[in-house]
Design a protein around this ligand. Structure first.
Ligand code: FAD
Ligand code: EPU
Length: 336
């Protein structure tokens, strides 16, 4: 029998450090336990990994299931690659460090992202020129309604920039239980993201290994992103907006220095951090919350802020960017 807890604070379970309660709470470490819980449950379900991409704005009135399914299984190993099936509750960064230490390449650019392996396909985590979809073969997930297990191939996951089928048409319907990764033993070094090249120079590295790339990414991230153990936050609060070529040209006429990046489909990604900074929000503090001093895409909780305050603050930023640039920012963080 699995023990439910009631009316406990979620403060230790979200990196924003928001102090709200959940009516019911349970931690599971296996699919069998999960099925047992779901069989006897009538309440609304919320799945929680590391709580690093979630903003709680009120008490959660249902059953919060904290995922703790662990394990790294070697599915295939040959001279070129390995295939690993990884429990969804494994810590993401620990898993990346495991791969880096074994010389399994593909995830090193995604070092130091908080959270769990199971949440990585949710929004197709990405950083420093790499997205996790490039290494995922399939995702195993449990249907919350009937308890059956389904394997989603990479294509079926419908990965996109900070998006997948689990965030769109199948939102809330599946509990991801494990992820299958294909990693290379013959690394292709990806240092295309400008800041990595600069950091490698500072490190004095000429022919980088995946260990060097991982270290460079960790150095860059540590220099501008707040450590959630010291300052509550959820990473980028907003997505970088994607605009058409004509909109990009209009913006460039007025703002020649606007950072813009060509996408495969001919559209352009605009740096939301620049838009927010240009509107004057960078470093702005109101009461116990504000925009991070070193990265304008990050909203921080200095301690004691409520989720409602932060949500309202994010709305003000959205309005400000909209009225200045006629661009509607979309939140990346999941609002509960
Ligand atoms: P949670 O916050 O626990 O959950 C996020 C969402 O996924 C929720 O809707 C939840 O219900 C759902 N979910 C979680 N686990 C499962 C599961 N097993 N099955 C089904 N649904 C599930 N993200 C990036 O992409 N790139 C970055 O560079 C990056 N940098 C960050 C830096 C900092 C300092 C912080 C705090 C966050 C950063 N993030 C980044 C965001 C975050 O780390 C990722 O989105 C991460 O994958 C969230 O994992 P989690 O386990 O904490 O998810
Ligand atoms: N910029 C500013 N001011 C700022 C921040 C950024 O002008 O305060 C401009 C600069 O021109 C800078 C550019 O934006 O060169 C890009 O900034 P950065 O390299 O910091 O990346 P980002 O676009 O702000 C994205 C991801 C991050 C990821 C980094 C590195 C999104 C929403 N965010 O941020 O992901 O770590 O790139 O690849 O795509 C997250 O999702 O939580 C997250 C942290």
């Amino acid at each position: 029998m699995v023990e439910l807890k009631h009316n406990i604070s979620l403060k230790p379970f979200n990196t924003f450090g928001i102090d709200v309660q959940t009516e019911s709470f349970v931690e599971i470490n296996s699919i069998v336990k999960l099925q047992e819980i779901l069989k006897n449950n009538q309440k609304e379900i919320l799945i929680l990994g590391g709580g690093s991409n979630i903003l709680f704005t009120k008490k959660f009135g249902g059953l919060l299931i904290k995922n703790n399914i662990k394990g790294i299984e070697l599915v295939n190993d040959n001279e070129n690659e390995v295939i690993l099936k990884v429990g969804a509750g494994e810590n993401w960064h620990d898993f990346v460090m495991y791969c880096v230490s074994k010389n399994y390449a593909g995830l090193e650019n995604l070092s130091l992202i908080p959270g769990t392996v199971g949440a990585s396909p949710m929004q197709n985590i990405g950083a420093y020129g790499v997205e996790v979809k490039e290494s995922i073969i399939s995702v195993e997930a449990l249907n919350i309604k009937d308890g059956t297990i389904r394997n989603f191939s990479n294509a079926e996951c419908e990965f996109d920039y900070r998006s997948s089928i689990f965030k769109t048409s199948q939102k809330g319907k599946y509990f991801i239980t494990s992820v299958v990764f294909q990693l290379s033993k013959k690394p292709t070094i990806n240092s295309s993201y400008g800041a990595i090249e600069e950091e490698l120079k500072i490190m004095g590295v000429v022919n980088p290994t995946i260990q060097d790339i991982s270290k460079a990414v960790i150095n860059i991230r540590s220099s501008k992103l707040p450590n959630p153990n010291e300052l509550g936050n959820s990473g980028s609060f907003f997505k970088n907006p994607v605009v058409s070529i004509s909109k990009k040209n209009l913006l460039l006429e007025k703002y020649p220095s606007i950072p813009h990046y060509l996408q495969n489909d001919g559209s352009f990604k605009i740096a939301a951090g620049w838009l927010i900074e240009t509107c004057g929000w960078k470093g702005k503090r109101v009461d116990n919350y504000g925009v991070h001093t070193k990265q304008a895409l990050v909203i921080v909780n200095y301690g004691g802020a409520t989720g409602k305050q932060i949500l309202h603050f994010s709305e003000e930023i959205i309005q400000s960017v909209k009225s200045t640039f006629d661009i509607e920012l979309e939140r990346e963080v999941n609002i509960v």
